[in-house]
Design a protein around this ligand. Structure first.
Ligand code: PBG
Length: 336
């Protein structure tokens, strides 16, 4: 805590001088968001319908594989470094054990191959977790209502391998099972994928803000119960340090905090404690709230977008996964 000194009480000091004009504000600005900070999450659909709107996420559609390739090209044209893929698995392919996750020809893998072939220079991030593939909507295997840890990790390793084989550059485990980062790292290395990175969803909280995402990947109708035995309790902060420490020790190249804006304290703690590349996920519910407020005429969506994304940078994030990525990139290009 800074003590009040005679100096800080000096009434001749006028902080407003540094805010007197836009040129002055630009000169003293401490943090900026750039296109390099953006990861664009997209949803992939089976079939040929190019786009299917997601009711709760205005401006975000589920894309066919062919349309996803076009979006990937758009990402490159906008200067966005990476996209993150999330599949809406057809319901007849969802089962108790999420076996479709290990199918080398599943939707995610087909999209990866098509995008990699068309735009080899774009970073491709894939989600490792079973929820888009299980009939019960949980991220892991279940026995008597319990989520099994080590059995799930074995499946996640296979899921990571089919994704790496299909062209994933960054494997992002979002499942919150214990020990999964180390197991996935070993599985990737054994198969010769030393250069495939791991971005660990290290501090992923059991959150009400994932609602629209679960609509988007079709798991909201199927999810039984909640995810509180594996995702973190939002009352905790020290626990995030433990999670990130383990993930880094197990080989994570990057760590992530999720959701985003309500968890900036966690972003700041992880970045200042470990100094590793640290990301935040501005999740579906955060996006949906801003869009809803804008549709109701309550906020200026462009200003809110720039403000929230800059806030992530101020907290110490190296980058942000955000559904605003293309809009933000366009804004930055226009205001360069
Ligand atoms: C799946 C996963 C979720 C999100 C990303 N990966 C949902 C969940 O854990 O239920 C949420 C992303 C968002 O809300 O935008 N493990």
């Amino acid at each position: 805590m800074r003590k009040l000194s005679a100096d800080t009480l000096d009434l001749t000091r006028r902080p407003r001088r540094n805010r007197k004009a836009e040129w002055a504000r630009r000169l003293v600005r401490e943090n900026r968001i750039t296109t390099d900070d953006l990861i664009w999450p997209i949803f992939i659909n089976e079939g040929d319908t190019p786009r299917e709107p997601i009711a709760s996420m205005p401006g975000v559609d589920r894309l066919s594989v062919a349309e996803a390739v076009k979006v990937a090209q758009e990402a490159v044209a906008l200067g966005i470094p990476a996209i993150a893929l999330f599949p809406n698995t057809p319901s007849h392919l969802r089962d108790e054990t999420g076996s479709e996750a290990m199918n080398p020809d599943n939707l995610t893998c087909r999209a990866l191959r098509a995008i990699k072939a068309a735009v080899p220079g774009l970073g491709l991030v894939t989600d490792v977790a079973l929820d888009p593939y299980t009939s019960h909507g949980h991220d892991g295997l279940i026995e008597d209502g319990r989520i099994l840890n080590d059995e799930t990790v074995a499946v996640l390793c296979k899921q990571a391998l089919v994704q790496a084989e299909a062209g994933a550059d960054i494997i992002a485990p979002s499942d919150m099972m214990d020990g999964r980062v180390g197991a996935i790292r070993a599985a990737l290395d054994d198969a010769g994928f030393q250069d495939v990175s791991i971005m660990a969803y290290s501090a992923k909280y059991a959150s009400a803000y994932y609602g629209p995402f679960r609509d988007a990947v079709g798991s909201s109708g199927t999810l039984s119960g909640d995810k509180k035995t594996y995702q973190m309790d939002y009352a905790n902060s020290d626990e995030a340090i433990i999670e990130a420490e383990l993930d880094i020790a197990e080989g994570a190249d990057m760590v992530m905090v999720k959701p985003g804006l309500p968890y900036l304290d966690i972003v700041h703690r992880l970045k200042s404690t470990f100094g590793v590349p640290t990301y935040a996920y501005q999740v579906s519910g955060e996006y949906a709230m801003l869009q809803a407020a804008s549709a109701a005429g309550m906020i200026d969506i462009e200003k809110a977008m720039v403000e929230t994304l800059t806030a992530f940078k101020r907290a110490g994030a190296d980058g942000i996964l955000t559904y605003f990525a293309p809009a933000m990139a366009r804004y930055l290009a226009k205001n360069a």
